[in-house]
Design a protein around this ligand. Sequence first.
Ligand code: ADP
Length: 162
Amino acid sequence: MLKAAFPGSFDPPTLGHLDIIRRAAGLFDGLEVLVAENRRKKYLFSAEERAEMIRRLTHEYPNVSVVICDTLIVEFLKKQGIQVLLRGVRGMDDFSYEFELSMMNKTLDPRIETIFMTTDPKYFILRSSSIKEVASFHGNVSAMVPSLVAEALAEKYRALNY
Ligand code: ADP
């Protein structure tokens, strides 16, 4: 039984994230999506909102679960008995950051194996921060996120009086 964890901010989840989740669900027996809750980071959506969106978007995959993680990822993985940490990479910039992060995690816990999955070329420009920027100006993000996320973004920025 090989289980992997896919941690991230998912603020909000994009088609790029969902593509990685779909492909990983086909590779591993189980996949746990860890929604990061870091008190030092500012998010547009609460951890519960982000987790709920991913739950709704992945309900068709019986081996995918979604949990909120407010501790160090390696600590969380140790508690859950998960050894594989999955990260998506869009290009060299992501890779150099992700590579350093994986070295850090390996130092913290040598049992952790980081696996990188390359993005689908269709999604390599998708980035939560740029999508928020477009949505904040009421731009059309329907080719970048699932419709429930596009609606949640529009509603969020409406509530914030953008
Ligand atoms: P964080 O900002 O905490 O690094 P993100 O929510 O941006 O996390 O992303 C979570 C994971 O998904 C990261 O490994 C990131 O590289 C990956 N990812 C984000 N967007 C894409 C995409 N379009 N294609 C493939 N992987 C992606």
